[in-house]
Design a protein around this ligand. Sequence first.
Ligand code: GN1
Ligand code: MG
Length: 373
Amino acid sequence: MERSYCAKIDEAIANMQFEGVLQKKKTLSTGHINDTFEVVFRQRDGGKRRYILQRINHHVFHEPEAVMKNIWGVTQHLRKKILEEGGDLSREMLNVIPSIDNKCYYKDSNGYMWRAFDFIENSVCLDTVEEPNQFYQSAVAFGKFQKMLSDYPAEELYETIPDFHNTPMRLKNLQKAMQENRSGRADLVQEEYQFIMAREKELAILQELLENGELPLRVTHNDTKLNNVMLDADTGEGLCVLDLDTVMPGLAVTDFGDAIRFGASTAEEDERDLSKVWIDLTLFEAYTKGYLETCGNSLTPTEIEMLPLGAKTMTLECASRFLADYVDGDVYFRTEYPDHNLVRCHTQMKLAADMERKWPQMVEIVDRYNNKN
Ligand code: GN1
Ligand code: MG
């Protein structure tokens, strides 16, 4: 998606409760959705304080106030839990910086919403796993997140993107995109479309289980990618979960599944050489272990049993979203070249096919770390 330059950044900076004198601002280019900046302030004692400043993409989040209210509610709850456990508030959660009129966001004179957080110093976030322990640590971070929020009233959260991980709905959107064929690309992607639609029934299972009450509604993160976790730069320990935009009521299995889709893949989401893309079972095991060790006790037997299907469903849901966006003319995800969304769709299809080959092993691994057995 094309982005106009964020002309209002200075106005946003002036309207946040940042401490010190502005020294530097720079664009950080991670994420497909929001515009993210790092701003550095010089402190009285000569030291520096860094913040993250983001402009929320209101084409994606139609109610940015609701997004910020969710984030505020969830971070306040996490703060309470971390304090109770004697944890470190400056490293184990996102600290929202209020605006000068004491709101959790600032609305600029163009109507765009901005929000700010403390920068978590001496931490790293990774796009790909270098060794299994990093992925294990991210599972621990997401597992803790799930556990600490298990007593948060999910019904109080706004559904900021309705049907975000309603996979049957996502497939309907793909069908619609193919029929409308706004970019004229539909003919080029028949094979991809057939591959996804051939799995339509299986991809509806989780939603059916939710609707008939066999899977519980939980507070979920909904974007559990490896690069949404900060790891301690020295110890490698999982510190904190980022990107709380899509915190909504949802399914624990899809949170698990999206983490696998992204982090247990041997290549980046937009790798062109598909021979490099597969699901690494060592990584699948590391995540399963970390996740079930941390929050397994608060999951139901059906949730645990559905974890492998969560991984496959999220992978093909993502394939369908990338493909739909390609056919719509790249209006949703940020793209860097004309077939970027199609390249992303191909990696997801390759991953799903590999999961199908490795299905018995995935089931066996989940079983092995299921402490309810
Ligand atoms: C988007 O912006 P980012 O990278 O955090 C998307 C996720 C997709 C992901 C694919 C709000 O997340 O759902 O899984 O791209 N977020 C939204 O990389 O649509
Ligand atoms: Mg995100």
